[in-house]
Design a protein around this ligand. Structure first.
Ligand code: IPE
Ligand code: IPE
Ligand code: MG
Ligand code: MG
Length: 296
């Protein structure tokens, strides 16, 4: 199947499954507002990049993807929580996300905070919901999700992002921040793919974890470039906000030309990781190329 139709088909399936899972979690009326705020944050959808990456691994390993949609939704729930908190006034203070007012603008700050908390815990509940999974697979998924979203993963990266605001730091520090805040969840997504596809060669897991690391750096440099040069109508989120907050990033440290060169270096490193995989990575390689071109 062509990557474009693969993405469209599975994005729709993921959206349907997310709708079902969320609706099933709210059988009563008393917490309806929490349902509405979570729904607002999740729909209409973002790119669904993280579960789609995992699905690409599963399809590449020739496994049927539909029975595994539920645990994959965990990746999107956790990512959406990170975006809600990222936009809060005490963090990036951004008022626009996915083409509409950020959650704390559309609802309230306290509800945005709690909705993020809910999506985080809901992610763990969802990761282990599928009857098709073995107990070992469930334990592996929970361990990956916790490790990659924690203090040495996404939260650690978010800590550095805020801690380094207004500071001049070397590239190594910025790279560490990127690996934390962005690569961690991309590596987690690829590892979800490995676990759910039942790929047992440790080389695959290692290679895809590395792929996630490089891909995250590329993706975040692109994001920083867009923040400086794109338009809110295209991005669906504010432009110029990194500069206003004096964010330490590839662009502010290296300038546009060098940042683009760095991006190309890490793109090449990402493409090299495929040679260590034991399964056919044609579809995954196509997906990665699409991400480089931001066509996902
Ligand atoms: C935004 O992630 C945050 C970054 C890591 C750059 P995405 O670009 O995947 O955002 P959505 O999910 O499509 O909105
Ligand atoms: C967001 O990074 C990373 C996480 C939410 C973990 P940014 O703050 O750079 O991303 P945007 O530009 O707000 O999406
Ligand atoms: Mg941020
Ligand atoms: Mg932000």
């Amino acid at each position: 199947m062509e990557i474009d139709s693969f993405v469209q088909k599975h994005k729709n399936l993921l959206d349907q499954r997310l709708e079902q899972l969320l609706a099933a979690s709210f059988p009563f009326e008393w917490n309806r507002e929490l349902f509405q705020s979570a729904h607002y944050a999740l729909f209409p959808s973002g790119k669904r990049l993280r579960p789609l990456l995992a699905l690409t691994v599963i399809a590449s390993a020739k496994k049927s993807v539909e029975p595994l949609l539920t645990p994959l939704c965990a990746l999107e729930l956790l990512h959406t929580y990170s975006l809600i908190h990222d936009d809060l006034p005490c963090m990036d203070n951004d008022d626009f996300r996915r083409g509409k007012p950020s959650l704390h603008k559309a609802f309230s700050e306290w509800l945005a905070l709690l909705t993020g908390d809910f999506l985080l815990t809901f992610a763990f509940e969802t990761a282990v919901q599928s009857p098709q999974l073995s107990n070992q697979q469930k334990v592996d998924l929970v361990a990956v999700l916790a490790r990659q979203s924690g203090c040495n993963g996404m939260i650690g990266g978010q800590y550095l992002d805020l801690h380094l605001e207004g500071k001049k730091v070397p590239w190594q520090k910025i790279r560490q921040m990127y690996i934390g805040k962005t690569s961690s969840l991309l590596s987690a997504s690829l590892e979800f793919g490995v676990i759910l596809a039942g790929l047992t060669d440790p080389k695959d897991r290692l290679a895809l974890r590395k792929l996630g690391t490089y891909l995250g750096i590329v993706y975040q440099i692109q994001d920083d470039l867009f923040n400086a040069t794109s338009q809110q109508a295209l991005l669906g989120k504010p432009v110029g906000s990194d500069c206003k907050r004096k964010k330490a990033n590839a662009l502010s440290l290296l300038g546009e030309q060098e940042a683009k060169k760095t991006l190309e270096t890490f793109s090449r490193l990402a493409l090299r990781t495929f040679s260590s995989c034991s399964f056919s990575t044609v579809l995954l390689q196509e997906a990665v190329q699409q991400i480089f071109m931001r066509r996902f």
